[in-house]
Design a protein around this ligand. Structure first.
Ligand code: 5HY
Length: 250
């Protein structure tokens, strides 16, 4: 089985971290490759950056389709481009927010998402509501550490403190880490706060692997049917669809 984990931002160190975390939980015989777009923002912390990350994500999915990739993980907590990617991919496409929230809801009754900057809190709340966790996700918190500063001295302490508050103040019995860049901090934080802490990169990888093992893939009719053929202008001409595939990789 071949799983492609896509870091939607263009920071190589984060792509490498994401790949390491996914490989920890990959089953024997599962090949995991971690990729990033050839274009796009260094990190994603705003709607603008999230929108600009989507073409690069779709490019990596289209390339994966040509290489026979069995499933994809979109490793950014905003789950950018998830529905569009499902229109292109023959195999499952899992967002780390969706995967982490489902995992948290299977081990707790009241989970809290702890994300990076306060401006991304509403997006996490919106995803929790869309995914059916309006009641189970009792709060979304921000540690106010930028995505690319998560390995700085003091960042782990700030994140851990916010996770502790989720338990002590919000009554969380599970915590979801709201950034792919937190993946390698998960185990230490779980030891510190005493409740299950979920990393979406690992959860997404296991879920993608499980869906392939179940023979499940995106529906090819209705909303996830292949996009229609249609002219594309300007910088996006390579994304023009012919026979369900962007021409740039056809
Ligand atoms: C992520 N941004 O997982 C999100 C986290 C966030 O570049 N990778 C990013 O703050 O939304």
């Amino acid at each position: 089985m071949h799983i492609r984990v896509i870091n939607p931002n263009t920071t190589r160190a984060m792509t490498d971290l994401i790949g390491r975390s996914a490989r920890v939980v990959a089953a024997p015989g599962t090949v995991v490759d971690a990729v990033q777009p050839t274009m796009g923002p260094a990190s994603i912390e705003s709607h603008y950056e999230e929108a600009l990350a989507v073409p690069g994500i779709l490019e990596q999915v289209a390339l994966g389709e040509a290489e026979g990739v069995d499933a994809y993980v979109v490793a950014c907590f905003g789950d950018p481009g998830l529905d569009a990617a499902r229109e292109l991919a023959h195999g499952p496409v899992i967002g780390i927010a969706e995967a982490a929230m489902h995992a948290a809801a299977l081990v707790g009754r009241r989970f809290v998402v702890v994300t990076t900057l306060g401006r991304t809190v509403a997006r996490a709340r919106e995803l929790a509501d869309r995914y059916g966790f309006r009641e189970t996700c009792v709060a979304v918190r921000a540690c106010e550490v930028p995505v690319l500063d998560l390995e700085d001295p003091g960042a782990l302490a700030r994140l851990t403190d916010e996770c502790r508050s989720a338990v002590r103040v919000d009554g969380a019995d599970a915590v979801v880490l709201g950034c792919a860049g937190m993946a390698e901090l998960c185990e230490g934080i779980a030891d510190a706060v005493g409740v299950p802490v979920v990393d979406g990169v690992a959860a997404g990888t296991v879920l993608a692997q499980s869906l392939v093992a179940l023979g499940l893939r995106p529906a090819t009719t209705g909303e996830y049917a292949a996009p229609p053929a249609k002219p594309m202008a300007g910088l996006l001409t390579g994304f023009e669809i012919r026979a369900g595939v962007p021409v740039a990789v056809a």
